[in-house]
Design a protein. Sequence first.
Lengths: 556, 556
Amino acid sequence: MSHLYLSKLVSNNQPANMKQAFHCLLFVIEGQNTNKFDVIFCIHFCFRKVMNGTGYLHRPSSVGILACELYIPSLYVDQSALETYDNVSKGKYTIGLGQQRMSICSDHEDICSLCLTVLSRLLDETGVHPQQIGRLDVGTETLIDKAKSIKTVLMQLFVDHNNTAVEGADNINACYGGTAAIFNAIHWIESSFWDGRYAVVVMGDIAVYAKGNARPTGGAGACALLIGPNAPVVFESGCRATHMAHVYDFYKPNLNSLYPVVDGHLSVQCFTSALDTCYTQFCTKSQMNHESHTHTHTSTLTSREVNLSTFAAVLFHTPYVRLAQKSLARLYLNDLIRACPYIANATTEKYKNLDIRTLVNDKDLERDLIEQSKELFEQKTLPGLYFSQNMGNMYTPSLYYSLFAFLISQPTEEQLYGRRILLFSYGSGLASSMYSVVCRKVHECRFTLAQLQRSIQRARNRLDNERTELTPDLLDKLLLEREENDHAVPFIPKQPNETLKAGDIYLKSIDKNHRRYYDKFIANDNSERNDDNAKPIQQLYTEYFRNRQTSSDTNE
Amino acid sequence: MSHLYLSKLVSNNQPANMKQAFHCLLFVIEGQNTNKFDVIFCIHFCFRKVMNGTGYLHRPSSVGILACELYIPSLYVDQSALETYDNVSKGKYTIGLGQQRMSICSDHEDICSLCLTVLSRLLDETGVHPQQIGRLDVGTETLIDKAKSIKTVLMQLFVDHNNTAVEGADNINACYGGTAAIFNAIHWIESSFWDGRYAVVVMGDIAVYAKGNARPTGGAGACALLIGPNAPVVFESGCRATHMAHVYDFYKPNLNSLYPVVDGHLSVQCFTSALDTCYTQFCTKSQMNHESHTHTHTSTLTSREVNLSTFAAVLFHTPYVRLAQKSLARLYLNDLIRACPYIANATTEKYKNLDIRTLVNDKDLERDLIEQSKELFEQKTLPGLYFSQNMGNMYTPSLYYSLFAFLISQPTEEQLYGRRILLFSYGSGLASSMYSVVCRKVHECRFTLAQLQRSIQRARNRLDNERTELTPDLLDKLLLEREENDHAVPFIPKQPNETLKAGDIYLKSIDKNHRRYYDKFIANDNSERNDDNAKPIQQLYTEYFRNRQTSSDTNE
C-alpha cells in the first residue's frame, strides 16, 4: 500500500494533538488494507505531524534509556588464582585493584560478534522491529579497520528487514566513545532532523594487556541501549560538564598490536584532575540554573547547591574497582573544601581554603579520605560495581555496567522513582564528561524501570550461574593465541565452541581478503549446561592447547 | 569577576526577548568591571535565558555553515605527467578519471598537522575566541591511533585559552566521517544540551594508494567549518535520506598499511545503488512534506515534486571527477524513468516502466545518459569540481570542497540567495546520505555568504598560485619513504621544509613512545615565494632523495 496515500489520509484528518492523532491512526488503519509496516509508517508520520503541527518544532521530552541488553562473556579467570600464578603478594589484585574475576573472550568472539549479539538480543527481547530504528551509533576502541565502521557491520541485522535508512557512525575516543555515541543519539532525537523513530547505541570492547603488571586490569563487555523519549532513565540537560585535553596517558599507536601504551601514573593523575574539573563545572552550572530559574523542564537539575548528598548513586568509569572508591573519596574532598552542609563543621574546618589542585599525589590524605567517605562509598558507589568487579575493565561500556548494577541494587522500580544518579565518563587522551540521569515512572510507555531491571537481572544471572572459570595458564595461552591470530588471514576459529549460547552471534571465519563472516549459534545441548558441565569446558580448553602445542612441535 | 554574580545580575533584569536581552547585557557589562571572557559568558548566559524563558525550549533556527577554512597541500603531481611516467594510454587519468593534478603531503604533514592548521586558521581568520567554541567534531579515515582521538590532539589549541569544555569526538566511517561529524554538530545545537556556543567540525584525509592502477586516485585535503544558527548556508531538515549497508567495497583492515583494500567494481556498484536509494527516499520525503503541509520552517524543503531542476547545484562525494559526471547522469536516469516534467515527453517515453535496479552495468546506456545530461552536468555539477580536479580524492572533505567550489562559482553573494544545493555523501563499508542546503542572506550576523566566498577564494588562490609541481618519480620516492616511516619511532621529518607557509602547523617529531609534537611555522623568506622559486623546491626534493639514496648505499 502506498505510503504517500496513507500520509494523505492522515493529513486529511488533520490531527492536532496526540489524542486526535491516535483516533486518526485507528481510522486510517482499520479502514484500509494495511500491513504491519504500513502501521509503523503511519505512526511515525502521524507523530511527526502532531509534533510539527504548531509551526514550532517542540522537542520531545524525557529522552533517555528505554531498554538495554548486556553481554556476559562465558569465560573468566579468578583474580586470586592470578595472584598466585603471577607470584605477587596476596591481595594485590583482589584488594589493591578491588577485582574478583576477569572476563575473557574465545576466538569465536571479536568486537563485531559482541556488538551483533547484544543488538540482536535487544531487538528480540524488546520486540522492537528493525524498521522502527532510525539511528544506530557505535562506541568502541577495539578497532579492526581504519575505514569501515562497526556500525556498517551491524547493518546486517537491518538489511533483511528492508531498513537501510539508519543514521549514525562509529564514535572514537578510548573509553569515552560510548558516551559520545549516547550523547549523539539523544541530540538527534531532540533535533529537527528526528523522524520519530528510536535510536540504538551499541558499545563494547575487548580489553587485553601485555603480560605483566597490567594484565589483571583487562576485561570484556558490550551493551546495547534503546534510546527514545518518555524514558524511565532520563538524561538531564543544563548541567552537563565536559573536560577535554591533549595528553598521552593511555593510547594505542601500535596499530598492529592488541595492547595499549600506558603511562599508569599520568593516567590516574589525568583522571583525577578531569574529575575535579567536571565536578566543579557541574556544580557551578546547577547553581546558575537555580539562580536564573530558566529551566522549567523536569529533566533539568536545578539546585542551590549540588553535592554528593544530592544523588542516590555516584558512578564512574571503572578501569578497576579501587579507582571508583578513590574517585568517590576525591569528590568528597571537593565537598569538604567547599564546606558542604551535609558534612559537620568540625570536619570541614581543617580543609578550608585548601587548593584541591595541589592535592593530587598525597597518599596519606587519600587513605584518610577513603576512610572518611567509606559510608558514602558503600551507599552510593559500591552497589554499581558488581559487574566491574566480576568482569573487569570493559572500556566504553564500563560506566554503563555501573549504571545497570545500580538499577538492580533496588528490589523494585518504585524505589528508583525520582532518584538521581551522577555519572562520570572518562576516556584517555583525554575526553571526560559528568552528567546526571534521573529515574522516573513512565506513563503510556511499555518501557519501564521494572522492564530494565528484568533485562539486567537476566545478565546478572548469566554472570553468576553460566560462566566457566579458566586457569591463569589458559588465560596466557589464550591471549598468546589471540596475539598470533590478530589480523592473520584466512582465519577460522578453532577453540572449543561449547562456550557459545543459543542466540549468540559468533565469528565464523575471516577470508584472505580480511572479510569477516558471522552466524547465529543455534541451541544445542550446551545451552542446557549446568554447574556439573563447567569442568568439561576447562578440560576442553586444556586439551585444545595441548593438541595445539603437539601439532606445532610436530611441525618444527 | 564571579560568573555567578554576573548571571544573577542578568536574571534580575529579566530579559524576555532578544532585544531586552541585548539592553540588559549592555547594562550589566557597562556597569561592572568586566573583561572579555565575562562578556562572552554573559552573552551565552543571556542567550540561554531568553531561549529557555518561555518554559518551552525552542530550537535555534537556520543552523548551518557560518565560516570555513580549507587546506591546500603545497605539493602536487601532474596527472598527464603521471600518464607518461606510468606508460598508460594518453588521457587515462586526465579524461578517464577526469583528474588534472593530485595533492601530495611531505613528511612534515600528518593528519593531525592538517587538522591543526585549518582549525588554527579558522579561529584566526574569523576572530572567534576559543572560549566561544562548545563543541568540536572530527571526521577522518586516516587513523594513527586506535584509542586516542584526533579531537583530543586539536584540544591543544583550546587549553591555552582556558577552555577545555568542548564536547565531541572522532566520527569514523570511511569518507562519510565528515558528514557524520557535521550532522552531530548540528543536532547538538538543536538539542536542549546546547549551551549557546559555536560548534566546529574538522575533517581531513591523506589518501594514498599502493603503486599501480589506483595510485592516480589519491589526494589530500582538510577543512574546518564553523557551525551555528542564523547561518548563510543552512542544512534543511525534513528530507534527509540515508542508506547504510554491510559491504566490503573499500576498507582498511591492514592496520599497519597506509593503503586500503579496494574492490573497485563493487565500490562503483555500491555507490550507484546508494545514490538511487537515497534519491528515491529524498524525493518521497519531500513529497510527503508537501502533502502534509506540516513543515512551516523556511529551512525545510517542501515540494510537490523534487527533481534535478529543483537545485542550483547537485554535488557528490568525488573520488575522481568522472564519477561525479556518471552520478549526475544516474540521477537524470531516475528523473527520466519518473518522467519528470522538465524533460520532454518524447524523451521520457522510451524509459517508462524501466526498473532502475536492473540498469547498473549497462555501459552503452551510461554513455548515452552522460551525453543527454551534459548540459545539466556543466550547469549543476562541474562548477563544484574545481578543487577535486586539481587536488584529487580527499576522502572525508571531498564533498565539502565541491560545495566550496560551487559557492565561489557565483561572482557575488546575491546570486546565491535562495539557491538550493543537493549533496550526496558516500563512505565505503557503506554509509551514505543525501540532503540539501540552502543559501540565504543573513540578518544581524557577521558571517555572510560573501565572507565564506572570500575564505574559499583565498584557498583557490593558494591552489592556483602557490603550489609546487613534483615529478612522478619524486611522488613514488615520497610515498615509498612514507611507507617506510609509517609508525617508525622515533621520527624527525627530514624532507625540505621550504614547502611550509607561515601559520602552518607541522609535525616536529615523534618520540620513541609514539608521542607526536607539533609547532607553528613562522614566516620566513619562503613565505614570499613566487613562481621563480617553484623550481628550487623540486630541485631540493631531487637532491634530498639523491642524498638519501647515497647515505643508504653507504650504510649497506
